[in-house]
Design a protein. Structure first.
Length: 123
């Protein structure tokens, strides 16, 4: 065969592997570690919203919540009129209280995932 160059064959053998055991342990530790970090951020987000929400009767304020389940942070207010206060209507100006907390915490959410992963690796 003219013009064909074959690559030389080579191989490597790993004798001592320190990464595989850490990765095996990582799988079981990552979710609880990230969940723990997200719980802190979720509590802070709830506090921010709690301080921003307009209070008339206190009901809307009492429905602000966060739930952390694994890698998921759910955050909001469960009052049936929460969205109307947050976004406004044609008759009532918006008085955002959820979005500002989310905006203020978006980088902290990413950092929480990173810190949780680093903690799971033991770094």
């Amino acid at each position: 065969m003219v013009g064909v160059h074959l690559m030389p064959k080579w191989s490597a053998k790993i004798i001592t592997d320190t990464v595989s055991p850490k990765l095996a342990a990582f799988r079981g530790k990552i979710e609880p570690e990230v969940e723990k970090e997200l719980d802190v951020v979720g509590a802070d987000m709830k506090d921010i919203s709690w301080n921003l929400v307009p209070v008339r009767t206190g009901f809307l304020q009492s429905t602000i919540y966060y739930i952390v389940n694994g890698f998921v942070l759910e955050f909001g207010a469960s009052a049936n009129y929460a969205w109307y206060v947050e976004a406004g209507t044609w008759r009532i100006a918006a008085r955002p209280f959820i979005r500002p907390a989310l905006d203020a915490s978006s980088q902290r959410i990413l950092d929480a995932v990173l810190v949780g992963c680093m903690n799971a690796l033991g770094v």
